[in-house]
Design a protein around this ligand. Structure first.
Ligand code: AMP
Length: 460
């Protein structure tokens, strides 16, 4: 059965929340929302397999607000606004986005939310904390800073949410997470969201979830069916020229270009700017203000190409991003899935282009193994070296086919077929594949198709 028939109202959400959703333009719950919301409202622990772009934020934020609603207070006293829900996220950008979403959904309730993250003066956050907030979104390190400074109390936390748990582990947050868990009341509800199910993630979930229900909206490590993936085999020293060509030829206005290192990101952004392409880099060495500025400029269309490293890009929520380019493909195949998950959201079409040098062939093979498909190979039509203005003037070591027909990447346009504009319809084998995970209890008997993308019976 399709999730099309499920409404937010049928999920038993309060009128205040429904009103906010309506004003924000959400009409239908996405599959992860349709599946997760009833489970969270029941008070169960949840392990959710969902990538960015599936609507996972609302999947935890809406039932969280619903559960906190009876405790909402209009009193000005900080004591009436203890931290009741703690949302831990790996990056500052994601923290900001998650809290912004919570604020939108909570706008018609007196529940207060706040975001705290590192890289900014802790003193600026303290006065807001002191006023009292029910919902705190935090990066683990900064949360512990506040704990040390005794600027917050965690004794009344009744709900803990770990968002992008896999990335938190990748970023080495495990010791911080353990310290935080030890500070929380034992009696609480735990929700964990992860794009992938590695052995470490399973271990973490065993450690901190109690008898969880597993929901999954896409096969772990699956890639979005709406994203057209292409590979160009190109010598490392020719990548810059090919990238410039793709960016110049495409009608697409917003492209994220991924590099492996901060250094390459900065250098590439400068090179592109010199060639008249509006670009900026976003990576961990930039100050928070610079990162926000670059992201805002990109969102407003002032910058066409945002050059990002994996860590910096994590959590970037840019609606309708039509194109992602891997200037360098990642050595961890899961990162490829994360990267291309930036495009093709909510049923829109997207394009993901990877520039693969001979040295990177082995990584490409790993990726194809993980996503269980071969990525279409394209040929380049770069002009002969010397006639282009690349600033990468290194000798070419290997020739490749430059004579083939124009490989112009088609811009990701919304299809005229309205099917593509429907949110989160199940497609292909993602929808058809039953989830099997021995480690968790699933809600199969009760909701026999709940574990499948989009498959939830209607309530009532
Ligand atoms: P997330 O996976 O939480 O990062 O959400 C991805 C995007 O989907 C965000 O831009 C959300 O605002 C949007 N979104 C989430 N839920 C819905 C919904 N039910 N209807 C339409 N858009 C949604």
């Amino acid at each position: 059965m399709s999730t099309e028939n499920i409404s937010f109202a049928s999920l038993n959400l309060a009128p205040e929340i429904l009103k906010a959703l309506d004003e924000f333009g959400y009409t239908t719950p996405t599959p992860i929302q349709a599946q997760a919301i009833p489970i969270v409202l029941e008070g169960r622990d949840l392990m959710a397999g969902a990538q960015t772009g599936t609507g996972k934020t609302a999947a935890f934020a809406l039932p969280m607000l619903q559960k906190l609603m009876p405790l909402a207070s209009t009193s000005a006293s900080p004591a009436r606004h203890p931290i009741r829900a703690l949302i831990l996220v790996p990056t500052r950008e994601l923290a900001i986005q998650v809290e912004a979403s919570v604020k939108v959904y909570a706008k018609h309730s007196p529940l207060r939310s706040l975001v705290v993250y590192g890289g900014v003066d802790i003193k600026t956050q303290t006065p807001h904390l002191m006023k009292g907030v029910e919902i705190l979104v935090a990066t683990p390190g900064r949360l512990l800073d506040h704990v040390e400074q005794r600027t917050l109390q965690l004794g009344q936390v009744q709900m803990l949410i770990l968002d992008e748990a896999d990335r938190m582990l990748d970023m080495g947050f495990m010791p911080d997470l353990k310290r935080i868990l030890a500070l929380l009341p034992k009696q609480r509800q735990n929700l964990m969201f992860s794009a992938t199910f590695s052995t470490e993630i399973k271990k973490l979930s065993e450690e901190f979830l109690k008898d969880p229900i597993l929901v999954e909206v896409a096969r772990s490590n699956a890639t979005n069916e709406n994203v057209t993936q292409k590979v160009y085999h190109v010598a490392q020293e020719d990548k810059h020229a090919l990238l410039a060509q793709i960016l110049n030829e495409t009608e697409t206005k917003q492209v994220i270009v991924f590099t492996k290192t901060k250094l390459t990101a900065s250098r590439l952004a400068r090179q592109l700017v010199r060639e008249g392409i509006s670009a900026d880099a976003i990576h961990g060495d930039k100050s928070q203000a610079e990162r926000i500025q670059a992201l805002d400029a990109f969102k407003q269309g002032k910058i066409n190409a945002l050059i990002a490293t994996d860590v910096a890009a994590r959590g970037l929520d840019i609606d309708q991003l039509p194109m992602v380019i891997n200037y360098e493909i990642p050595s961890a195949p899961e990162d490829y899935v994360h990267r291309i998950g930036r495009t093709g959201r909510a049923g829109a079409l997207g394009i993901a282009i990877s520039l693969v040098s001979p040295d990177e062939e082995k990584y490409l093979k790993e990726i194809e193994k993980l996503i269980k498909r071969e990525i279409t190979k394209e040929t380049t039509n770069l002009p002969a070296r010397g006639s282009r203005s690349s600033s990468d003037h290194q000798p070419r070591e290997k020739s490749y086919d430059r004579a083939a027909s124009t490989p112009r990447p088609s811009p990701a346009k919304k299809s005229i077929d309205p099917w593509f504009d429907k949110p989160y319809e199940p497609t292909g084998d993602i929808a058809a594949k039953p989830q099997t995970n021995q480690l968790y209890k699933t809600n199969k008997p009760k909701r026999e198709v709940a574990a499948l993308l989009g498959g939830l019976p209607r309530k009532g």
